[in-house]
Ligand binder design. Structure first.
Ligand code: 13P
Ligand code: SF4
Length: 308
C-alpha cells in the first residue's frame, strides 16, 4: 500500500468507528499530519477529556496514552506503539514513591505527568512542563514538596520559584544530551536567533545559558506560541527535533535550527502510519488501567487540570 492509500484507509476507518487521532509534537511528520489534535502533554490530556469520540488513537509514548485512559475511562484508548517507553516514566515505580512518601509523611508529592499510572496513584498533584510553575506555586509555603521524577525540570522550578523541593534523580535521556556548550556553540553560529529550550535539559546548563537574553525555557507548546508571536526570523530549537515540523508548517518564512541533529526520541518514532492503520483495523493494543489505580491516579491529574 502507498502512504496515500494508508492515509485514506485510516480516514475512512476513523469515520466508521468514530475515532480521533491525538499526537505529540515529537511523532513523525506524517503522523503529525494526520492527527486531529497535535499537542504537548498538557494539551493532549485536556483533549482526551474533551473529545466525544468512542476511540482515541494515541500517538505518543505509553505514559501519555495511559493518562488519556485514566481521564477517559468510557473511551477505548488505543496505542499503536505499545512498547513506546520513556526514560523518565521508567525512572520511578509506584513502590519507590510509596517508600519515599512513607519516609516523608508530611511531604506533598508533585509528579511530572511523565510517570506511570501507579506512580500517579501515589501522587498528590501532577504537572507538565507547561504548568509546573503554577502547580508548585499553588502549594502552601509551609508544606514540604517531593518532586518526581525529573531532576532537571525540578531544578528549573526551584530556580524560577525559589521554592525548595526534594528531587527524585530521574532524567530524560534525550534532553540530557543538550549541554550548555552545545547551545552556546550553536548560538555563536546563529547570533540573531532566539533559543527555545525545554526544561528537561536544564541541569545540563549553567549560568551562561540563564544569562543569555535570547534564551527561553518552554514546553513544546510554549515554543510554538513564542515562534508565532516573535518578530525574529531565526530560532534554535533545543528539544526533540520533530517539533520543527509543526514550527515550520506554522511559520514557513522563519528558520528553525535544531540545536543538535541527534536530539531524537526513538520511542516516539515507533508510531508509524502502518501501525496506526493496524491499530484501528484490529482495535488492538487497548490501554488498560486497573480501576482501583485509575481512580487514585485521576485525582492528581484533575487537581492539575483545575489549576491550568
Ligand atoms: P511536553 O510537556 O512539552 O509535551 O513534553 C513532554 C516530553 O516528553 C518532553 O520530553
Ligand atoms: Fe520521555 Fe524524553 Fe522521549 Fe520525552 S523525549 S518521551 S521525556 S524519553
Amino acid at each position: 500500500m502507498t502512504n496515500r492509500e494508508i492515509i485514506d484507509r485510516i480516514q475512512s476507518l476513523k469515520k466508521e468507528k468514530n475515532a480521533v487521532i491525538l499526537a505529540h509534537y515529537y511523532t513523525r511528520p506524517e503522523v503529525q499530519d494526520i492527527a486531529d489534535y497535535l499537542g504537548d502533554s498538557l494539551g493532549l490530556s485536556q483533549e482526551a477529556g474533551k473529545t466525544d469520540a468512542d476511540i482515541i488513537v494515541f500517538c505518543g509514548v505509553h505514559f501519555m496514552a495511559e493518562t488519556a485512559a485514566i481521564i477517559s475511562p468510557d473511551k477505548k484508548v488505543l496505542s499503536p506503539a505499545k512498547s513506546a517507553g520513556c526514560s523518565l516514566a521508567e525512572s520511578i515505580t509506584g513502590y519507590d514513591l510509596r517508600e519515599w512518601k512513607k519516609a516523608n509523611p508530611d511531604g506533598i508529592i508533585v509528579s511530572y505527568v511523565n510517570t506511570t499510572a501507579e506512580v500517579k496513584a501515589w501522587t498528590d498533584i501532577c504537572c507538565t512542563s507547561a504548568n509546573a510553575l503554577k502547580v508548585v506555586q499553588s502549594i502552601p509555603q509551609s508544606r514540604k514538596i517531593l518532586f518526581v521524577p525529573d531532576k532537571n525540570l525540578g531544578a528549573w522550578i526551584i530556580k524560577k520559584t525559589g521554592r525548595q523541593m526534594e528531587l527524585w534523580n530521574g532524567n530524560c535521556c534525550v534532553h540530557e544530551r543538550i549541554t550548555a556548550d552545545i547551545i552556546i556553540n550553536k548560538s555563536k553560529e546563529f547570533p540573531e536567533a532566539d533559543i527555545l529550550i525545554h526544561p528537561e535539559s536544564y541541569c545540563s546548563h549553567d549560568d551562561r545559558i540563564l544569562n543569555m537574553p535570547q534564551a527561553y525555557m518552554y514546553s513544546t507548546a510554549g515554543m510554538i506560541r513564542h515562534a508565532a508571536a516573535s518578530p525574529k526570523k531565526q530560532f534554535i530549537i533545543a528539544t526533540e527535533i520533530e517539533t520543527i515540523h509543526k514550527l515550520k508548517k506554522d511559520n514557513p518564512e522563519k528558520d528553525f535550527i535544531p540545536v543538535h541533529p541527534q536530539t531524537i526520541c526513538g520511542q516516539m518514532k515507533k508510531v508509524t502510519l502502518n501501525n496506526i492503520l493496524e491499530t484501528l483495523e484490529q482495535e488492538q493494543y487497548v490501554v488498560e488501567v486497573p480501576e482501583n489505580i485509575r481512580q487514585k491516579a485521576l485525582l492528581p491529574i484533575t487537581r492539575m487540570l483545575e489549576i491550568c
